[in-house]
Design a binder for this molecule. Structure first.
Ligand code: FAD
Length: 398
């Protein structure tokens, strides 16, 4: 029985993929093998460059609009998103980070972009001709962003909006044509969640400045500070309802969590495959490393954790397709998968000895890239807080 299961499901496995999703997975694997082999991923990672060619192929295959309305070029549902994210994460991981942000912005624009300009941006986003970033986090805090939000939008006498403040950690902003910006439009009264609105801001508007941040991983996608200094946008730049922006994005952040589970499943799987291959080939004391118990148990624990996370993720996805709240299972899936990916790649580096410490071998990149999802979109501490409250009925701990 070769690992991993999705390729060779066990007979009768209730979570085995239906033929059309298995076909999507095959298509992606072929695309990645052709367009984004390990040498190219390494080269782009070292050069800190986005893979424009791969992005164009994903657009051609219609994969940038999964779960968007059909009339706008969308198709498929969350389960297809999970396949795309997982397969990209197992190879060009930065592109998985990109598509997670892409799917989030598609969801926001499809749900709340009512104006004609906003619909046009959504169409261009899906056909790959523009990129849009999502700017929620701020220097004062990501976890508690509603309370920490200092970015303000004020209505001017002419009915426009004037935005001032700073966003940080904005993925892909260096090459974005538009940025979805969350800003405070009313003072905090009862709940900090109220009084925040969402704006679609042109990245080249006067007063917008984007500065890349040097990060530990995800080098194939920029991560940026976004400064907003007296940026004026028209009244129809608001997405959805004024003052309700934060509530509007909750579903998007939940979906990002589920997609983060798929990303770390992909990273963990690729790291595990590399470890298993190396452990079978490299000999010490006349035996392959994989014949020793300690590394063998590491790899077994990794495989078991990934399969547990996959089951949780697929159950969460099924609930989401049925229109039921999937938050709890999605949180569990993200927790298990993200911790497994970090552990597998860290033990994988150990198992590879000196080789694991070299930049030309992907194990260290899996560690660096996979590490992102331990704290993003929600920190694993906060994920545990939510599970404690929702699953165990414990008092809110934050
Ligand atoms: C590469 C990268 C890309 C990103 N892309 C985007 C993007 O496109 N758009 C965007 O808006 N944001 C983005 N983010 C931001 C990301 O979502 C935040 O980093 C994340 O939400 C955590 O916020 P923070 O960094 O402010 O950490 P903090 O909120 O300061 O948390 C730091 C630590 O404090 C502890 N902590 C916090 N709260 C609790 C609690 N309640 N209980 C226990 N412990 C707690 C945890 O240990 C936590 O890890 C990105 C970040 C990175 C690094």
């Amino acid at each position: 029985m070769p690992y991993p299961f999705p390729d060779e499901p066990l007979a009768g496995d209730p979570l085995a993929e239906p033929p059309e999703r298995a076909e999507l997975r095959r298509t992606l694997r072929e695309l990645i093998a052709r367009e984004s082999p390990p040498e190219r991923v390494h080269e782009l990672d070292e050069a800190e460059r986005f893979d424009d060619a791969l992005h164009a192929r994903l657009a051609e295959l219609g994969l940038l609009g999964i779960d968007a309305p059909e009339e706008l070029g969308g198709s498929g549902d969350v389960r297809d998103q999970l396949v795309v994210v997982e397969e990209l994460a197992a190879g060009p991981t930065s592109m998985a980070a990109f598509v997670i942000a892409q799917f989030a912005v598609v969801q926001v624009l499809a749900g709340f972009g009512r104006e004609e300009t906003q619909r046009a941006v959504l169409r261009e986003l899906i056909d790959g001709s523009v990129r849009v970033s999502f700017a929620l986090s701020e220097p004062g805090g990501g976890t508690d962003v509603a309370r920490a939000m200092r970015t303000r939008a004020q209505r001017t006498a002419s009915g426009d909006w004037r935005l001032d403040g700073q966003k940080t950690w904005t993925s892909g902003a260096a090459a974005a044509r538009w940025i979805v910006v969350l800003a405070r439009t009313s003072p905090v009264e009862r709940s900090p969640v109220h009084g925040i609105s969402m704006f679609l801001v042109p990245a080249d508007a006067p007063g917008v400045e984007v500065r890349p941040i040097d990060t530990f991983g995800i080098h194939g996608l920029s991560t940026c500070d976004v400064f907003l200094d007296g940026v004026t946008v028209p009244a129809d730049a608001v997405l959805g309802d004024v003052d309700r922006g934060m509530r509007q994005v909750f579903a998007t952040v939940n979906r990002e969590g589920l997609n983060a589970a798929a990303a770390t499943l992909g990273v963990g799987r690729a790291a595990l495959e590399l470890a298993v291959r190396h452990a079978g080939e490299r000999e010490v004391f006349g035996k392959p490393i994989g014949a020793f118990q300690v590394p063998q148990h590491w790899m077994v624990d990794g495989a078991v954790a990934l399969e547990s996370a996959r089951s949780l993720m697929l159950r969460a996805a099924a609930l989401e397709v049925a229109g039921t709240d999937s938050g709890l299972l999605a949180s569990m899936a993200k927790l298990v998968a993200s911790e497994a990916a970090v552990r597998i790649s860290e033990q994988g580096m150990q198992l590879m000895g000196g080789l694991g410490y070299t930049r030309g071998v992907a194990m260290q990149r899996f560690f660096r890239d996979g590490r992102l999802w331990s704290f993003s979109p929600l920190t694993n501490e906060m994920v545990r807080n939510r599970i404690g409250e929702q699953l165990l009925g414990l008092p809110r701990s934050y």
